[in-house]
Design a protein around this ligand. Structure first.
Ligand code: NAG
Length: 330
């Protein structure tokens, strides 16, 4: 069994006379490393955290009480996102290659060949393209984007799209072209959609129509370049006051921003570069779970960053999330 390890890292609260103001913060390492952990989803019913290990083609479940991590292995391409299906026990929607599939899995045990069912295929017949991150909108529809990549290596810009899946699995292309679909969050008023096409180095907002699921009127809410932040915006989540917590891949940090003003609040520094995504979890939704990767690090960087690929938990941030939703299926 893994025993959690607590590391002291620093958090930047802001600046005073143009100098950053640092405070110490505890970073709890709750797992051993994965190659490329992504897509964290906190399950409010079972109090567990789901995530994926992309090129290992596993969906995982982290059990906070024991620090045990269970998995189910899938075939059919990189596994990119896992979200529970509403009202159907042990049932998940999973992005796998260019397929959206339903997976039956009891998360308390490991399963090397779970029963699967195809929901929808996108980009049929196209090579070097796969799903990436996905989330459920306030109405229970599932959104996931695709991106171009040769195997697990070279990225191809501007050949992906963002899709919305209705309850019956019918897909609609919402945005195209996109390079790397990431982020995905909706405002609490259900009128704004947040998205990060990572290579743009921006977090964008769109008007969102909750009835139709349509989005329009793109504007930039945060630009990494303007804040001299290295890396690219990756997964993000929204907290209870509407601030976005954004994982900065290649930037060794998670940032807290206000999408309404564009203001940068806090910056949490990590001892590893590839910070992939974040989700609030825990019984009170006040634990920020952070998933990271070893992928793309050189041998030297792997030696220097022994915590690359671990799952982390951060408490005492003085904020919390709202329940993440499950995909409604008919
Ligand atoms: C699936 O649902 C959508 C949205 O409700 C609807 O427009 C479409 O006709 C449905 N498709 C099928 C095949 O039932």
């Amino acid at each position: 069994m893994f025993n959690a390890v607590v590391w002291a890292v620093s958090m930047v609260l802001g600046t005073l006379m143009n100098s950053p103001v640092y405070v110490p913060i505890m970073l709890e390492q709750v797992s051993t490393p994965f190659y490329l952990a992504e897509g964290p989803h906190w399950d409010v019913e079972d109090n567990v955290l789901y995530f994926i290990d992309m090129f290992a083609q596993n969906i995982h479940c982290y059990h906070p009480e024991t620090h045990e991590v269970t998995y189910a292995h899938l075939t059919g391409g990189p596994v990119t996102v896992v979200v529970p299906v509403a009202g159907k026990k042990n049932t998940f929607v999973v992005g796998c290659g260019t397929d959206l599939i339903e997976v039956l899995w009891d998360h308390r045990s490991n399963n090397l060949s779970p029963v699967t069912k195809l929901i929808s295929s996108v980009e049929v017949g196209r090579t070097n393209i796969r799903f990436n991150d996905g989330k459920v909108d306030p109405r229970g529809r599932f959104w996931a984007g695709t991106m171009g990549q040769v195997g697990s290596g070279q990225l191809i810009d501007n050949i992906g799209s963002l899709y919305r899946f209705e309850y019956n699995g019918t897909s609609t292309k919402v945005l195209s072209p996109v390079s790397i679909s990431n982020g995905l969050a909706w405002s609490h008023k259900k009128d704004t959609f947040y998205f990060a096409d990572s290579p743009t180095l921006r977090v964008d907002a769109y008007d969102y129509n909750d009835n139709t699921g349509d989005i329009s009127n793109r504007r930039t809410v945060f630009n990494l370049v303007e804040h001299n932040i290295p890396g690219i915006p990756d997964g993000l989540t929204i907290d209870i006051v509407g601030h976005l917590w954004v994982a900065i891949n290649g930037g060794s940090r998670v940032i807290e921003i206000d999408p309404n003003t564009g203001k940068l609040f806090r910056t949490i520094r990590f001892p590893t570069a590839k910070i992939n995504s974040v989700a609030f979890g825990g019984p009170n939704l006040d634990v920020l779970y952070v998933v990271t990767a070893q992928h793309d690090l050189s041998e030297q960087e792997l030696i220097e960053q022994p915590l690359a690929g671990c799952i982390f938990a951060i408490r005492d941030l003085g904020t919390k999330g709202t329940p993440m939703l499950s995909y409604i299926r008919v």
